[in-house]
Design a protein around this ligand. Structure first.
Ligand code: FAD
Length: 267
């Protein structure tokens, strides 16, 4: 079974600076693997335990420094990695990003069985990329997946989260699954895992390698643009009420409401 895991490098902070084109300035930031993508890799490793002849290929689109997350994923136990690195990819919004990842999977990796993404990237946080890849490749997709329960004979069953609780369902492969974090522990790779990972291949591909047109990728292929990026002003003040008697809490709520009514009358 060929499992493609999409992994993204994200800044390890909310304290990001914005360029004048309103894109995140990633230079100088401490970057990490997107936490949800660690669970995507872990899920692929668990599937490999059920079918040992599986191959796990990591796929990341990003600048040179994104190679770090591929090395980390290889040290976790993935078999090989592909780094989509080309100036023509930069400035991509989620539409162009998912189109680029889908092109690499369709035109370069080819006969895959499952594509696993994280549910969200903690920086862009749109949760659009996984489902968009499925759309570009015309595949079934499960989102908010907590766990893969079984995979056999071209069918996969998963446990996934919905507003009204946890559900179980199955679909045929190939498909896309978008992983949530779960309670399983992610073991950090040890030094000798990194040493072994040095022997594994990281292929660096450009736009021609994945048979994409320039106008489909990066800022040229992005139908959306960031008009303004700003940090929301926190105006609500939190008040610690030590005495947890209902009476005390109610009198605080009444007091606050009284103040609001007064302000309304003054306006
Ligand atoms: P989500 O959709 O929340 O991610 C879900 C999952 O998709 C991830 O867990 C991961 O498995 C997969 N995934 C997402 N992105 C990648 C990736 N790159 N490689 C592999 N797997 C991935 N970002 C920049 O870095 N530089 C820019 O210049 C830039 N310009 C932008 C311009 C616009 C107009 C917009 C809207 C966004 C821009 N972004 C830029 C942000 C970038 O487009 C998104 O971060 C990216 O498309 C993924 O969206 P997301 O972060 O919401 O990921």
């Amino acid at each position: 079974m060929k499992i493609v895991v999409c992994v993204k490098q994200v800044p390890d902070t909310n304290d990001v600076k914005w360029s004048k084109e309103n894109n995140i300035i990633r230079e100088g930031l401490i970057n990490i693997i997107n936490p949800y993508d660690e669970y995507a890799i872990k899920t692929a490793l668990d599937i490999k335990k059920i079918s040992p002849d599986s191959e796990i290929i990591l796929l990341s689109m990003g600048p040179n420094c994104a190679e770090d997350v591929l090395e980390y994923g290889l040290a976790m136990g993935a078999d090989s990695a592909i780094h989509l690195c080309d100036k023509k990819f930069s400035g991509a919004d989620t539409a162009a990003t998912s189109k680029t990842l889908a092109a690499a999977i369709k035109n370069y990796i080819k006969d895959f069985d499952i594509i696993i993404t994280g549910q969200f990237a903690i920086d862009g946080d749109t949760a659009q990329t996984g489902p968009s890849i499925a759309c570009h490749l015309d595949l079934p997709v499960f989102t908010y997946v907590k766990k893969v329960l079984d995979i056999d004979d071209g069918e996969i069953s998963v446990k996934y989260e919905r507003e009204n609780g946890i559900k179980v369902a199955k679909t045929c492969t190939p498909c896309v699954i978008c992983m949530l974090k779960n309670t399983e522990e992610i073991k950090n790779p040890k030094i000798d895992d990194y040493i072994k990972a040095q022997q594994k291949e990281i292929k660096i591909l450009n736009i021609d390698d994945i048979e994409m047109q320039t106008e489909e990728a990066g800022i040229k292929g992005s139908p959306t643009f960031v008009q303004k990026a700003f940090r929301p002003e926190i105006t609500r003040m939190c008040k610690k009420i030590n005495d947890n008697s209902i009476k005390e809490i109610l009198s605080h709520i009444r007091e606050e409401n009284g103040k609001k009514e007064e302000n309304k009358q003054q306006c």
